[in-house]
Design a protein around this ligand. Structure first.
Ligand code: FEO
Length: 405
């Protein structure tokens, strides 16, 4: 029944859209859904590149069967074992028991570990090739982008890179598959959010992979999520390069927690100080309202970060504390920092924020503001000054080249 879209001669899109899942990895909201991309190469031999989430397994099988029309499936190439892509391996093996599973040694051990699937496997090493007839596949190991087994498969005849998660983004494919046949605007922020939250910790391995892939001539990038890139290859590769170098733009993110509005008023005042100094991109997040994945996305974009927190049970406000953990986890670099806080009888939050920035090794504004109870005139002025100082540091900041992987 299915008429799968042909990307280029003999290579078909057989992926699926997921508009039902609320949170990716049970953490990250999906306002535009997500696609799990899979590709079928039909030649003298047939090969499937990656599978899809098992929740969509039935429709996935039907798409493959529609294309193969009774032919056998000779190979399953596995670039990445995270279950949103590997989830249907066992199902596919049931339909095509003779199919050979192709992966590196780490992949194959995960295939057994996750799914108990063994036998009919082909272990490949970096640079090895596999001929399907006209199409020839070459395997490039790219470990830790963002799992240890991650690899990419390059098809030499049509110059297609099957890149796994790399260059992928949230957002379903709403009719078209190729970037040149759609409006891609909605995908850019979703690519940054995907990268920052999922791959963000692994800037150095991504840089290594990008350098390794530089000699390849690319007509298409077929990622496991989002559009097939052809017209916008330069843009997506540049975006990955910039994000993995933790390169940031002139702008300031102000994140605050506030129970009764006192710390919130400080945040507004700090923002005024930033704006007075000529910074135009200022994004304020109420940590209790904004989704953490969006806050992390904006932190990856902009150079300045100012965090405010009330003291809560002699600690940071819990939502702020949770955010700090997410920033530390990702080893975010190339930022300048400022902090402020408020308390009622004993101050703790600002001390914790100060020790956080020492851990991150970011330059920090000299001014910190720590107000007892409601904001008063002296500290109102200090909040303005904090904003001005961070703005100046943002403007004068020179990226540390040691952060470039
Ligand atoms: Fe889309 Fe790392 O899985």
């Amino acid at each position: 029944m299915f008429q799968n879209q042909e990307i280029t001669k003999g290579i078909f899109y057989v992926g699926v859209n997921d508009r039902q899942k609320h949170k990716f990895e049970n953490m990250l909201p999906l306002p535009y859904g997500v696609s799990y991309n899979s590709y079928l190469i039909v030649d003298e031999k047939t090969a499937l590149v990656d599978t899809v989430d098992i929740g969509m397994g039935d429709i996935f099988i039907e798409k493959i069967q529609s294309q193969l029309q009774g032919r056998s499936l000779d190979y399953l190439i596995i670039n990445h074992m995270e279950p949103d892509h590997s989830g249907s391996i066992k199902l596919i093996r049931k339909y095509y028991p003779e199919m050979i599973i192709v992966g590196n040694n780490k992949t194959l051990s995960m295939v057994e570990g996750y799914y108990g699937v063994t036998g009919n496997v082909l272990e490949v090493a970096d640079g090895e090739t596999l001929s399907l007839g006209t199409h020839k596949l070459q395997f490039h190991l790219t470990p830790m982008v963002h799992w240890p087994e991650t690899m990419m498969t390059y098809e030499l005849t049509e110059k297609i890179l099957f890149s796994g998660d790399a260059f992928g983004c949230f957002g379903t494919l709403d009719g078209a598959v190729l970037d040149r046949n759609m409006n891609v605007d909605k995908y850019w922020d979703e690519m940054t959010r995907y990268y920052a939250n999922i791959v963000g910790k692994y800037g150095a391995p991504v840089q290594k992979a990008l350098k390794k892939l530089t000699p390849l001539d690319l007509n298409y990038i077929c990622s496991t999520h989002g559009p097939v890139w052809s017209e916008y290859i330069t843009e997506v590769v540049d975006m990955y390069d910039q994000l993995s170098r933790y390169e940031t733009k002139e702008g300031v993110v102000i994140v605050y927690g506030s129970m009764y509005g006192n710390t919130e008023l400080m945040a507004e005042t700090v923002a005024q100080g930033v704006a007075e100094s000529g910074i135009k991109d200022i994004i304020i997040h109420n940590v209790s309202k904004s989704d953490p994945s969006v806050i992390i996305q904006d932190i990856f974009k902009y150079r300045g970060l100012i965090i405010g927190s009330p003291t809560y049970c002699n600690e940071l406000y819990p939502e702020v504390d949770s955010l700090l953990g997410k920033i530390e986890l990702r080893g975010v670099k190339n930022h300048v920092f400022g902090c402020f806080g408020s308390y009622t009888w004993a101050s703790a939050a600002v001390k914790r924020l100060t020790s956080f920035v020492e851990t991150m090794k970011w330059p920090s504004a000299e001014v910190t503001v720590d107000e007892k109870q409601g904001l008063k005139v002296d500290n109102y002025q200090s909040c303005l000054e904090l904003g001005r100082q961070v703005a100046t540091m943002v403007k004068n900041y020179v990226s540390d080249p040691s952060h470039c992987g």
